[in-house]
Design a protein around this ligand. Structure first.
Ligand code: SF4
Ligand code: SF4
Ligand code: SF4
Length: 577
């Protein structure tokens, strides 16, 4: 252990800890901007580029950055001397002098770390003026917007995209005042191998990276009397949305969320969980067919559009192994505009499907041409954050809402569908149904706890019907890369693998509330809330959902049948790197 003194408090820290770590341990707050602990991935963005965390050490002339200075035995540090505070103010003022200052209309207004820092440091004026860097906005994608003029060069996005996700979209180019974070050859992000996972958006401290805002289109369509607007909500949304209304992480707000959506004016409020059950029926059927036919193995779950894009770019030789099932919200859209349209006696062209997702990749996915028929199955995707904003815009007092139930027909779901929202949940749901089918309808057990957890790569062997099956679960694209390299190298003996692009799965999706995103404890609480909901339900097997049975008997026919294939399955495309 190392003993140091900060603000006259004696602190014993482990060797190797930084001054910032020591201060945190003692409950002393030092402002930061570029620094970010990505707890859930055990990565730290520690580039020391912004210099906001400058502190004074007794016996040294120069100030030093707390985030990248290693604590040394006997060190005496002062964090809030006039000199340190003045240095921080100067630095932040310099950032502001090179900033567009359109905060009032910025997507991050009220949720911006630069704004918070200016407030914390009591900055009321910017004393510097001069040249301002000019860079065009990149609005090429349907998922995220790049506004490099708001960039503070913290490099969090580089760490996230290049080291955690191993996609490698961003790098720092040019020097001095011209330094900018850019894509290769400054191409629009649409023309890169970006997966639209949105993880860079969730770590960016400013409005330099934001989601595409679809809320205005959704308000317009709600108010259009010619349209019948159906909204569906993914499982991970309901365990994170409450955080945006000051509730504890992991508070499940399903009933309030439904009530809010009804008050916002949607014509029907239905559940993506219904379609998660449908996905499992199709996926388990496909897996059992592969078991009977001897492969191809491993089968990869396919409900995450970001990892689907990742494999299309990075491992095109493996495109025969993902399940061909569409993601649940796309299955929902396909059924809503056919089966449900008939039931409601409303022409499909009049129906608009809006998905509320924890995800930015689903904004891009909704426009994939192979997922459309003569019309889009999903028309608009809004994130958890966008939904919260719409609730505020509608003047709804979320916390005071009474719980309400989803509308029926496509509103019922099993506990297996709830756990889709976390890493390990999709494979457990699929294994429950496969185990039941292979065991004459009686699964040997419901809870496959060996598949749960947050670690980036997990493995388990289970026995179904006398057959040993090797399973793997991976979350975060860097971990997925490790698994795919094993498969490509012929070192894999897996039968079934669940892949989710976001660290922690959809509970940690790129559209979830900012700030808490990378706190492993928050992700654990969100996931725990999903498992509690699962356990509380009497219906815990997807294939036993009565509305799913009705859908097959009245409309789809058999799982994996011709109609099911046409509406619920897809294909993949090789893409350039
Ligand atoms: S969305 Fe994901 S893949 Fe695309 S740049 Fe951001 S982190 Fe990288
Ligand atoms: S785009 Fe955002 S995360 Fe990336 S360096 Fe700039 S401010 Fe930091
Ligand atoms: S893990 Fe979930 S939230 Fe993240 S990209 Fe995939 S589907 Fe979207």
């Amino acid at each position: 252990m190392i003993n140091i003194k900060i603000n006259n408090i004696e602190i014993a820290v482990e060797e190797g800890a930084t001054v910032l770590d020591a201060a945190k341990q003692a409950g002393i707050h030092i402002p930061t901007l570029c620094h970010l602990d990505l707890h859930n991935t055990k990565m730290v963005n520690q580039v020391g580029s912004c210099r906001v965390c400058m502190v004074e050490q007794e016996g040294r002339r120069n100030l030093m950055p707390a985030c990248s200075t290693t604590a040394v035995d006997g060190m005496v540090i002062h964090t809030h001397t006039p000199r340190a505070i003045n240095a921080r103010r100067t630095i932040v003022e310099l950032f502001l002098s090179n900033h567009p200052k359109d905060c009032l209309v910025c997507e991050r207004n009220g949720h911006c770390e630069l704004q918070n820092l200016a407030a914390e440091l009591g900055i009321r004026d910017v004393h510097y003026s001069g040249r301002r860097a000019k860079h065009p906005k990149d609005t090429s994608s349907l998922a995220l917007v790049r506004s490099p003029e708001k960039c503070v060069l913290c490099r969090r996005c580089e760490t996230m995209c290049n080291k955690v996700q191993t996609v490698g979209v961003y790098s720092t180019v040019n020097r001095g005042f011209d330094t900018v974070i850019s894509t290769a050859f400054n191409n629009p992000i649409l023309d890169t191998c970006c997966t639209f996972c949105g993880q860079c958006v969730s770590v960016c401290p400013t409005g330099a990276l934001t989601q595409v805002d679809n809320t205005h289109e959704v308000w317009d369509v709600i108010q259009n009397p010619e349209k019948f607007v159906i909204v569906q909500t993914a499982p991970a949304v309901r365990v994170a949305l409450g955080e945006l209304f000051d509730m504890e992480p992991g508070t499940s707000v399903t009933g309030k969320m439904v009530a809010a959506l009804k008050r916002m004016g949607f014509d029907m409020v239905l559940d993506t969980n219904f379609a998660a059950d449908l996905t499992i029926v199709e996926e388990a059927h496909e897996f059992i067919a592969r078991l009977k036919n001897g492969g191809p193995f491993p089968m990869l779950t396919s409900c995450c559009p970001a990892w689907v894009k990742f494999i299309e770019h990075q491992f095109p030789e493996l495109l025969n192994i993902p399940s061909t099932c569409k993601s649940p919200h796309e299955m929902f859209g396909a059924i809503a505009k056919t089966y449900l349209a008939d039931k409601l006696n409303i022409p499909a062209e009049k129906i608009v499907v809006v998905s509320v997702m924890p995800c930015l990749a689903k904004k891009y996915e909704a426009a994939r041409p192979e997922l459309k028929s003569e019309f889009n199955h999903v028309d608009y995707v809004i994130s958890t954050r966008e939904m919260a904003r719409m609730v505020h815009e509608a003047g709804i007092q979320f916390n005071l809402l009474p719980d309400e139930e989803f509308d029926s027909i496509m509103g019922e779901s099993s506990g297996a569908a709830d756990i889709f929202g976390t890493t390990g949940g999709v494979i457990e749901a699929a294994v429950r149904t496969a185990a039941a089918w292979l065991n004459d309808g009686k699964p040997p057990k419901i809870d496959f706890t060996e598949l749960r957890g947050l670690e980036g790569i997990r493995e388990a062997t289970i026995t179904l019907s006398g057959q040993k099956l090797n399973l793997a679960i991976t979350n975060g694209l860097g971990n997925a890369r490790t698994i795919f390299e094993r498969i490509r190298g012929g070192e894999s003996n897996y039968h079934l693998i669940e892949v989710m692009a976001c660290p922690g799965g959809c509970v940690g999706g790129g559209g979830q509330p900012y700030y808490l995103q990378h706190d492993a404890e928050v992700l654990r609480k969100r996931a725990a809330a999903l498992y509690i909901t699962d356990e509380s339900k009497s219906l815990r097997l997807s294939h036993e959902n009565p509305q799913i049975k009705q859908l097959y008997s009245e409309f789809l026919g058999e799982p994996g049948g011709k109609k099911a294939h046409k509406l619920l399955h897809t294909k993949y495309t090789k893409r350039g790197v």
